[in-house]
Design a protein around this ligand. Structure first.
Ligand code: PMP
Length: 395
């Protein structure tokens, strides 16, 4: 073992001692809403396949068709020779559905947030001339993007627009551009931002609004195109992913033509990364054909989510401010959350425990994510298993 490995082993031992060691565990795919672990099929309450599209034949067949037609890879970055008709087709279809002038594809949501934010922040002004206001609970990729830009974030209290308004009013300074960075559905809490109010507030303060719609895309808003659809034209930059409700992989920016062209010219994550492969584009294209017509699935998912929340609350469990398909069952202590997750697994259900640093200390939880592929019976099985489990830990 090298001295470097000894260093890594020490850090891992420290993480284990704090109950924070993470592992990747191979699982096998199964029917939508299910997963196979060590040969055993489990109900999957930890995936983000909210509409059950990951195995939809239209997606898998178009992925295979486009790979056969255009090859396994794009062969170069987009600005070199890596832009195919397929990229342009998906970007145009997406912009049409989002009601924006343009759209731009990226390899992943993480890569997008981590590279678009620095391009944007640096493009809007030199250090000291740009201020960034982030919701306290935004995803790690957005913090990473702000850190990469070298900008100090001003954090506003979670979903507290009065607090944001006060900060923007108190700190108003001539010549300083301001950016508000937040999510429409929060990934670990399943609550929503009031997007029309945010858009109005940003407008009042002349601030740029950056909205992550990773968990709303496909699920909420007109035609499932996200909550930005409730404030048409009010969001300056919408980002979303194809990796959750849209069943595949990759991410997008939707916004003005000037914004997208600016990113093509300045965003390192776009410029220096190989274009998305045809198979991924095929699945994206098929998902965009299906999602607008899936109102019945969205209504079913909303009903399942309400049933789960009500059932958990009747057991005395705290579900936070969830109002979507993401329903946290708060536990508090990290060890208790892991133990509860293990007992559910024994009962045939996968609901992974989420611990710090992903969530704040003392708020470890099961993050239960429902899919339109689940049935009422699936949700009731989960509720029954939890009802048999003694409540432990904090709130
Ligand atoms: N934004 C949010 C809010 C997320 O929850 C995630 C992933 N969980 C991402 C971005 C990153 O997306 P991707 O998985 O496509 O990298």
């Amino acid at each position: 073992m090298s001295t470097f490995d000894l260093c890594f082993e020490q850090l891992l031992a420290d993480a284990s001692a704090r109950n924070m060691r993470r592992h990747v565990r191979p699982l096998a795919a199964a029917a939508a809403g299910r997963i196979v672990s060590e040969g055993r099929e489990l109900l999957n309450f930890s995936g983000n396949d909210y509409l059950g599209l990951a195995r939809h034949p239209l997606l898998t067949e178009r992925a295979a068709d486009w790979a056969r037609r255009d090859g396994a890879g794009a062969q170069a970055s987009r600005l070199v020779t890596g832009t195919l008709d397929a990229h342009a087709q998906v970007e145009a279809k997406l912009a049409r559905l989002k009601g924006t002038e343009a759209a731009l594809l990226f390899a992943s949501g993480w890569q997008l947030n981590a590279s678009v934010l620095p391009a944007l922040i640096q493009g809007l002004g030199a250090r000291g001339q740009v201020e960034v206001y982030t919701d306290k609970l935004v995803h790690a990729s957005m913090h990473h993007g702000c850190q990469a830009a070298g900008v100090k974030q001003t954090r506003f209290r979670h979903n507290d627009l009065a607090h944001l308004d006060r900060l923007l009013t108190d700190r108003a300074a001539p010549g300083v551009r301001r950016l508000i960075v937040t999510e429409s559905v929060f990934s670990m809490d399943g609550d929503r931002a009031d997007v029309p109010a945010l858009a109005a507030l940003a407008d009042r303060h002349g601030a740029f609004l950056y909205l992550d719609e990773a968990h709303a895309t496909g699920v909420l808003g007109p035609q499932g195109m996200g909550l930005s659809g409730l404030a048409p034209g009010g969001v300056d930059l919408i980002m979303g992913t194809f990796s959750k409700a849209l069943g595949g992989f990759g991410a997008y920016v939707a916004g003005s033509r000037a914004l997208c062209d600016f990113l093509v010219n300045t965003c390192s994550g776009f410029i220096y990364s190989t274009g998305l492969p045809p198979s991924v584009l095929g699945a994206m294209d098929a998902a965009l054909d299906l999602v607008p017509g899936m109102d019945a699935e969205r209504a079913h998912l909303a009903r399942l989510s309400a049933r789960l929340r009500e059932g958990l609350q009747a057991q005395g469990r705290d579900t936070g401010a969830s109002s979507t398909q993401i329903v946290p069952a708060m536990v508090g202590d990290a060890g208790d959350a892991v133990a509860l997750s293990a007992r559910l697994k024994d009962a045939g259900m996968l609901a992974v425990a989420i611990r710090p640093p992903t969530v704040p200390a003392g708020t470890s939880r099961l993050r239960i994510a429902l899919s339109a592929a689940h049935t009422v019976d699936d949700v009731d099985r989960l509720l029954d298993a939890l009802a048999r489990d003694p409540l432990r830990g904090g709130s």
